[in-house]
Design a protein around this ligand. Structure first.
Ligand code: KIV
Length: 285
């Protein structure tokens, strides 16, 4: 439940979130005891191979949300609202976010600060829990001039703090702070009652989130703030190379990995085959 996140902040318990896009990723995250799963629009880049998150559609989020929910995770499941699914009008925002809740999401996340407060208020009024997202908003990378660190100058820092405050006042239950100077995230964390979940915004937050493929070492070019806890790309390529080698030299499949007909059935089978098709000797005869 979204409210549990606020209870964790009150209790001083750090919150650990990851993104997940598939059944097994959600299963693993849940087995590990992760507090929250975000079906992020980052799927556009790490699953679909798009150059940005802008092409991601609500249907794509819904598709991956269903896969994640099939793992029946105990952790909070948040569905990301993709570009243009909430900006146009409050009613469109409510309708689209409502679809994610109908599928089983516990909450939605949307990017933006002061400029989306009216949409956040409308969602809360409709009973849809909202996670905000300030600092670097990847959906606005064109307007921001790239994926740059935010909050380096006072004006920018203030805008981020004011946005976070306004989102809390609008009813958000927590806020992601992305790629922002650590002191700005610290200030927001101290100022707000709701938890801050940071990514590239330092250690003085109530929680952290990482894109699962960065954390597992799948992405060959992770962002500078992502820590690798595994080298899955190497593990996977090595496994595939071994499989390739085994197939080429004929050592896969071997005994125990294939099944034979019993003798009588085989005899009849061969007779029928040679009568009907005149086939020659087989490898098993
Ligand atoms: O889509 C995503 O993965 C995100 C995280 C980076 C917070 O929004």
């Amino acid at each position: 439940m979204p409210y549990d996140f606020i209870k964790k902040k009150k209790a001083g318990e750090k919150i650990a979130m990851v993104t997940a896009y598939s059944y097994y990723e959600a299963l693993f995250a849940d087995l590990a005891g992760i507090d929250g799963i975000l079906v992020g629009d980052s799927l556009g880049m790490v699953v679909m191979g798009y150059k940005s998150t802008l092409p991601v559609t609500l249907n794509e989020i819904a598709h991956h949300l269903k896969a994640v929910l099939n793992a029946k995770p105990k952790s909070l499941v948040v569905a990301d609202m993709p570009f243009l699914s909430y900006e146009v009008s409050k009613s469109e925002a409510v309708r689209n976010a409502g679809k994610m809740l109908k599928l089983g999401a516990d909450a939605v996340k949307l990017e933006g600060g002061l400029e989306v407060v009216d949409k956040v208020e409308a969602l809360i009024k409709a009973g849809i829990p909202v996670m905000g997202h300030v600092g670097l908003n990847p959906q606005r990378y064109l307007e921001l001039g790239g994926y740059k660190l935010r909050g380096k100058k006072v004006d920018d820092a203030l805008e981020i703090v004011e946005s976070a405050k306004a989102l809390e006042e609008a009813g958000a239950f927590s806020i992601v702070i992305e790629y922002t100077t650590a002191q700005v995230a610290e200030e927001i964390t101290k100022l707000l009652k709701i938890p801050t979940i940071c990514i590239g915004a330092g250690p003085w937050c109530d929680g952290q989130i990482l894109v699962i493929y960065d954390l597992l070492g799948v992405n060959p070019e992770p962002p500078p703030f992502a820590r690798r806890y595994s080298n899955l790309s190497e593990v996977v390529v090595n496994a595939l190379k071994k499989y390739l080698d085994d197939v080429k030299k004929g050592s896969f499949p071997s005994e125990g990995e294939f099944w034979l007909m019993d003798e009588n059935e085989l005899k009849k089978f061969k007779e029928v085959i040679s009568r009907k098709l005149g086939s020659g000797e087989s490898k098993t005869s």
